[in-house]
Design a protein around this ligand. Structure first.
Ligand SMILES: Cc1cc2nc3c(=O)[nH]c(=O)nc-3n(C[C@H](O)[C@H](O)[C@H](O)COP(=O)(O)O)c2cc1C
Length: 446
C-alpha cells in the first residue's frame, strides 16, 4: 500500500508513469505553463526550480486512472464506489510519537519565501500563492480532523492570506473570532492523491474525520503525529507542514486570482495566517496543484459523483453510474446512466440530481447502452432520443454556484434537465445496431 509521496514517485517511475522535468523552470508562470500543457493530468517531477534546491511535483491526482492506481484500484470506475465505502466505513489513524515530517523543525520562520518555491500562476493574479496545501483543523469539540485545500496568498515574512468559501469552516473561524482567539491550523504539502480526494468530502454533509476517510481509501491506518506549536495532528509522512494561527479580526486584501471556472475572482479582504513553525522531511519534495487543472477539478468531481450517485439511487434503483464532467467546472454538468425500469425514471433521476447539488445547471440522463464516459456517445443519445418539447425541462431562478460567472451576474441559476432515455413502450425501436465481431486489434491485420 502506498502511504506517502516517495513510494508513489518510485512506483510511477518504475512503471513509466512519471515524467521527469530536467530543465530548470521559473516558479513565475513557467512551471505552471509546463504542468498545464498536459492539463495537470500527467505526474511530473521537476528536478530544478529557479532559485531553489528543492524538487517539486505536480499532476499527481489529475487523471482518474492514475488516481485509482495510487490507491491500488485497477480502474477509475472503482473510485466512486470506493469513496462511498470509505465515507461509510472510515478507518482510524495511528498516532506515532516521532515522524519523518519532524526531521527538520524551524520555529518562528521569518521568511517563508526562502524555504520553498511560491509560484505565480495567472497573468493578473495579485501575487504568489500556495495552492496545494491541505489545511488541517479540528472541529470545535476537538474530536474530528477536517481537511480541505484553501489557497494562501504570500504576504511576506511568515504571513499569508487564506480564502475560505465553505460555510462550515467560516463559522468555525467566526466562533474563535467572537472569543477574540486565533484558530489553530496546519497545512500539509507533499501528500498522496487519496489525501487530496478525502479533503474534498463535504464536512457539512458527512461530518466525518477526513484523515480516517483517507486511511480507508488507502486501506491502511495512516500514521499521524502531534504538531510542534499547535494542538493538531498531521500526517507523519507529509513532506512539509506549516503550523500556524488564523488571527482574529485581521484581514488583508486578496485577489484577483484565476478561479477554477476560467475567470478572475474579485479582490476582497480575507483572513490572515501567521506561521509559527515549518517542519519537513530530510530532502523534502515540494508540491503544487495547478489551479483549474484536472488535478484540481478531478477530486472535486469524484466527491460530487459519490453524493450524486447516492442521492439518485434513493429514488431510481436502476441508476448505474454518474459523471460530473471536468469541463463543466467539475460542478455544473452531470450525466446519469440508468437502467430504466419505469417510464418516469429519467425525469425522476434529473429531479434527484438537482436536489442533491445546487451547483448543477445542466444534467443529461441516458440509458445503460450509452457510454457516459464518452461525450460523443452522450451527444448521440441527445440527438436520437430527445424531443425537446417533451424531454427537456427548465426551472428558472434557482440557486447556483458562486464560482460560476453567469450565475453571479444574475444571482440565480436556471436548471435544465435533458431526459435522453427512450420511452419503454418503444424500446424495440431504439435497439442500437452492432457488429458481432471484436474487439479488433488492428496490428493483427497488418
Ligand atoms: C486544488 C484545490 C484548491 C482549492 N482551493 C480552494 C480555496 O482556495 N478556497 C476554498 O474555499 N476552497 C478551495 N477548494 C475546495 C475546498 O478544498 C473544498 O470545497 C473543501 O475542502 C470541502 O471540504 P469542507 O466541506 O470541509 O469545506 C480547493 C480544492 C482543490 C482540490
Amino acid at each position: 500500500m502506498i502511504t506517502n509521496i516517495r513510494q508513489l514517485i518510485d512506483y510511477w517511475s518504475q512503471t513509466g508513469k512519471l515524467m521527469r522535468i530536467r530543465k530548470e523552470v521559473d516558479p513565475d508562470f513557467e512551471l505552471g505553463a509546463v504542468v498545464n500543457h498536459l492539463y495537470g493530468r500527467q505526474p511530473m517531477y521537476f528536478e530544478k526550480v529557479k532559485g531553489y534546491d528543492v524538487p517539486m511535483i505536480a499532476g499527481f491526482g489529475g487523471d482518474r486512472e492514475l488516481m485509482a492506481d495510487s490507491i491500488g484500484l485497477s480502474s477509475g470506475r472503482e473510485l466512486v464506489p470506493k469513496l462511498i465505502e470509505s465515507i461509510v466505513n472510515p478507518l482510524p489513524t495511528n498516532l506515532v510519537p516521532t515522524a519523518p515530517v519532524h526531521e527538520n523543525v524551524i520555529l518562528e520562520p521569518d521568511d517563508l519565501e526562502e524555504l520553498f518555491p511560491i509560484c505565480r500562476y495567472h497573468e493578473l493574479d495579485s501575487g504568489r500563492y500556495y495552492v496545494a496545501g491541505v489545511l488541517v483543523v479540528k472541529d470545535i469539540a476537538g474530536n474530528k480532523r477536517y481537511t480541505s485545500i484553501r489557497r494562501m496568498q504570500f504576504l511576506g515574512g511568515n504571513r499569508t492570506n487564506i480564502l475560505i468559501t465553505s460555510p462550515e469552516l467560516n463559522e468555525q473561524y467566526n466562533y474563535y473570532e467572537s472569543r477574540n482567539e486565533p484558530m489553530e491550523v496546519a497545512v500539509m504539502f507533499g501528500v498522496v492523491p487519496a489525501v487530496v480526494l478525502s479533503s474534498q468530502v463535504s464536512t457539512h454533509l458527512y461530518h466525518t474525520d477526513k484523515f480516517n476517510i483517507a486511511s480507508a481509501l488507502i486501506g491502511q491506518p495512516l500514521d499521524v503525529v502531534k504538531c510542534k506549536t499547535v494542538d493538531l495532528e498531521v500526517l507523519a509522512e507529509a513532506e512539509v507542514v506549516f503550523e500556524g494561527r488564523m488571527l482574529p479580526h485581521v484581514r488583508e486584501m486578496e485577489g484577483p486570482f484565476g478561479e477554477l471556472a476560467g475567470y478572475y475572482g474579485k479582490q476582497a479582504p480575507q483572513p490572515v495566517i501567521e506561521i509559527s513553525a515549518v517542519t519537513f522531511r530530510n530532502n523534502p519534495i515540494w508540491q503544487t496543484i495547478h489551479p483549474s487543472s484536472h488535478e484540481e477539478l478531478l477530486p472535486m468531481a469524484v466527491v460530487r459523483e459519490a453524493t450524486l450517485l447516492s442521492t439518485v439511487r434513493q429514488v431510481v434503483p436502476g441508476v448505474k453510474d454518474v459523471v460530473v464532467t471536468l469541463n463543466g467546472a467539475a460542478r455544473c454538468h452531470a450525466v446519469i446512466q440508468i437502467e430504466k425500469r419505469r417510464e418516469g425514471d429519467g425525469k425522476q433521476a434529473l429531479l434527484a440530481a438537482f436536489a442533491s447539488d445546487k451547483d448543477l445547471k445542466h444534467v443529461v440522463v441516458v440509458n445503460e447502452d450509452v457510454n457516459i464516459w464518452d461525450p460523443n456517445d452522450v451527444e448521440w443519445a441527445i440527438a436520437t432520443r430527445v424531443q425537446a418539447d417533451q424531454d427537456v425541462f427548465i426551472v428558472p431562478g434557482a440557486n447556483g454556484s458562486p464560482l460560476e460567472a453567469s450565475h453571479n451576474l444574475r444571482g440565480v441559476s436556471a436548471k435544465m434537465g435533458i431526459d435522453a432515455t427512450y420511452p419503454l413502450y418503444a424500446a424495440d425501436k431504439f435497439k442500437r445496431k452492432s457488429i458481432p465481431w471484436g474487439p479488433i486489434h488492428l496490428e493483427d491485420y497488418l
